[in-house]
Design a binder for this molecule. Structure first.
Ligand SMILES: Cc1cc2nc3c(=O)[nH]c(=O)nc-3n(C[C@H](O)[C@H](O)[C@H](O)COP(=O)(O)OP(=O)(O)OC[C@H]3O[C@@H](n4cnc5c(N)ncnc54)[C@H](O)[C@@H]3O)c2cc1C
Length: 483
């Protein structure tokens, strides 16, 4: 921390969902007063059903609670160490779900609501913020979620100069690079073009014969798709992001002339035979651990998606960091619009949190609410809180939102210039910086084999995360508490 504490001013938090509730708690716990604005019940969203704070709109699961082997379990543990209200309420309202943390949804929301109502430094105000917040609110967290009300979304869109904020997002799957079979696939950019910042060998290419392509198109057409909800029918498709099965339905050759076109690429192991079609994957994070399937936006259900995409040569054992999907979503192009403290560069009094920033899921949204709350509280006291270590789950997720994503729009690709490639993502091990020395041996000195290596690597990343986070807490938050 640097700077001198000044007068404590209110932090206004808009939206009392997963992120906003956590943010308000964190602000108040540091001794700074918080006003939490929630539009329900006067104005409901298409998915919320109650007036409770932190309502879970769909599943009641916070996913795996295994902090040693699973990235979301690790994020749970980090949030507990940071005094998270969302995790406290979840732990207190747990229902049996194997290794997952699932909650009694009413008990969970009631616990969050009560804790915030009872906190002497939190005021809950009901009512929609139907436009930009008043100019005299100097320290604001916007946490209005994927279903942000239209009036506020329009005001933010005007302020940021973005074309649109709410889309039908047809998102493409993302694959862990180390699960791609590079004895089948190869690195090459189309026509070996280096492009801006590239090398000429930036894409991973997976070749298909005619028989494989025909079977693939048949599977896409037959695969089970997710249904549109009634309220989704009025939202347009995101520009240039047609799902592949929609393209396939337009004609058997459409994909071969679109995202799967085989031109400008030569299989180095079989240079005289032209593949009938090629699936390309493009680096998705600076670390180079994740690759996204170019043009493979889809609304196939998750099961068929994995089954069909694993028929692609080279992807037989693909592990997916994120599967494709299609849903309405309001979120910012955060790497471009937000600074490292989650503030809008165009209006730094506005800080963003939750799913709007480009994370995905209850836990991730709450975790970004947590750090936004700490940043805002520090600012209210005239301090600057340093960012959590990039090796922690919280830091890795922040990295995805504010810096780790690579802008990958190129003319002539499925996405047109001007469209954006940044998409919401769950926490996963692909977002963490690689280990300096990945474990290769067991404690008894024998070599790790196959899956043992993957398990040991995850455990080493998790152990590093918790130890680095503990140091950051000791260096920053204890000092802040004392200030
Ligand atoms: C239909 C649907 C299903 C989902 N299912 C899952 C799932 O099963 N599992 C999962 O992990 N994630 C799921 N998600 C994602 C989920 O929304 C987020 O994970 C999480 O709820 C986002 O947290 P948040 O705090 O950003 O937004 P929210 O939890 O949605 O909170 C935003 C709050 O802001 C309020 N608000 C909006 N506009 C205004 C305004 N102008 N003024 C005042 N208040 C306002 C809303 O009423 C709401 O209470 C789903 C999302 C949707 C849309």
């Amino acid at each position: 921390m640097t700077g001198t504490p000044s007068s404590s001013e209110h932090v206004h938090i808009i939206g009392a969902g997963l992120a906003g509730s956590e943010a308000a708690w964190q602000v108040a716990q540091t001794g700074v007063p918080a006003i939490l604005h929630e539009m329900r019940p006067a104005r409901m969203t298409e998915a919320h059903r109650t007036d409770s704070l932190a309502e879970l709109v769909c599943s009641n699961s916070f996913r795996s609670d295994d902090a040693a082997n699973n990235a979301v379990g690790l994020l749970h543990e980090e949030m507990r160490r940071l005094g998270s209200l969302i995790m406290r309420a979840a732990d207190a309202n747990q229902v049996p779900a194997g290794g997952a943390l699932a909650v009694d949804r009413d008990g969970f929301s009631a616990a969050v609501t009560k804790a915030l109502h009872d906190h002497p430094l939190v005021e809950v105000r009901r009512g929609e913020i139907a436009g930009l917040p008043p100019a005299d609110w100097r320290n604001v967290i916007v946490a209005t979620g994927p279903l942000t009300s239209a009036a506020l979304a329009d005001a933010i869109r005007t302020l940021t100069g973005e074309d649109a904020l709410a889309f039908f997002d047809a998102i493409a799957p993302i694959v862990h690079k180390d699960s791609i079979d590079m004895s089948v696939a190869w690195f090459q950019s189309r026509y070996d073009k280096p492009g801006p910042g590239g090398t000429g060998a930036d894409y991973i290419n997976c070749p298909m014969t005619k028989e494989q392509y025909d079977a693939f198109v048949d599977a896409l057409l037959a695969g089970e798709k997710t249904d549109f909800k009634e309220w989704e029918t009025n939202t347009p498709y995101f520009d240039g992001c047609l799902p592949i099965e929609v393209m396939a339905a337009r004609g058997r050759e459409t994909l071969r002339h679109g995202p799967m076109k085989p031109v400008g690429l030569t299989d180095p192991r079989n240079p005289t035979v032209k593949p009938h079609a090629i699936v390309q994957l493009r680096q998705d994070n600076k670390l180079g651990t994740l690759y996204n399937m170019v043009g493979f936006q889809t609304k196939l259900k998750y099961g068929p998606q994995q089954q069909i995409f694993r028929t692609i040569p080279g992807l037989e054992k693909a592990e997916f960091a994120r599967l494709g999907g299609l849903h309405r979503n309001t979120f910012l192009n955060s790497p471009k619009l937000l600074d490292g403290q989650l503030r809008l560069k165009a209006a730094t009094r506005l800080r963003f949190a939750g799913q709007m920033t480009g994370c995905e899921g209850y836990v991730e949204s709450a975790s970004i609410g947590l750090i936004a709350g700490l940043y805002a509280a520090a600012e209210a006291r005239g301090l600057l809180l340093s960012s959590p270590p990039p090796t922690s789950a919280l830091g890795a997720l922040l990295g995805h939102i504010t810096g780790g994503h690579i802008e990958t729009i190129e003319p002539g690709e499925t996405l047109e210039p001007g469209a954006r490639s940044f998409q919401p993502m769950n926490i996963n091990f692909g977002l963490f910086p690689p280990l300096a020395a990945p474990p290769s041996k067991k404690p008894d000195g024998t070599r790790l084999r196959g899956n043992e290596k993957t398990v040991a690597k995850k455990q080493a990343i998790s152990a590093r995360a918790l130890s680095d986070l503990d140091r950051w807490i000791a260096d920053n938050l204890r000092v802040a508490a004392a200030a």
